[in-house]
Design a protein around this ligand. Structure first.
Ligand SMILES: [Cu+2]
Length: 134
């Protein structure tokens, strides 16, 4: 029994040293891929014009997600699967052209300027969002 106990203690010591030997980076494995961070935003994002169904089965008027982050010169694509008339009206100077009322399909806009650009659907006060361009 004594040798087994000793090897168990050795295993614990090895695991502990591996856990502490990753450079003190906060618990991630040293070989894990680095997730996209603030320094590497995506070049594209998608926003649905419709937030699914509420508990009564009615379509929710919302942008989903309501906020996206993209790289400069990245593209955001808004899709409208709802059959309802929605639009994307920007409220921030420097934003691309608004997307007019439409009941279906997709529309994309490219953002050449860094900043945060608020938008809303002027038909539905609950539909607001923003694009942050880094
Ligand atoms: Cu709308």
């Amino acid at each position: 029994m004594v040798p087994a106990f000793r090897s168990w203690r050795l295993a614990v010591a090895v695991v502990a040293s591996l856990a502490c030997g990753g450079g003190g980076g906060g618990g991630g494995s040293p070989t894990a891929p680095t997730p996209p961070g603030p320094g590497s935003p995506s070049t594209s994002a998608s926003v649905a014009m419709g937030g699914g169904l509420d508990s009564y089965g009615y379509e929710v008027n919302a942008f989903a997600p309501s906020t996206v982050i993209i790289a400069r010169n990245g593209t955001v694509t808004w899709s409208n699967p709802t059959g309802r008339m929605h639009n994307v009206t920007f409220s921030t100077a420097g934003a691309p052209a608004n997307i007019a009322d439409h009941g279906s399909g997709t529309n994309a806009r490219t953002f050449a300027t860094a900043g945060t650009f608020g938008f809303q659907c002027t038909n539905h006060s609950s539909m607001t969002g923003s694009v942050t361009v880094q």
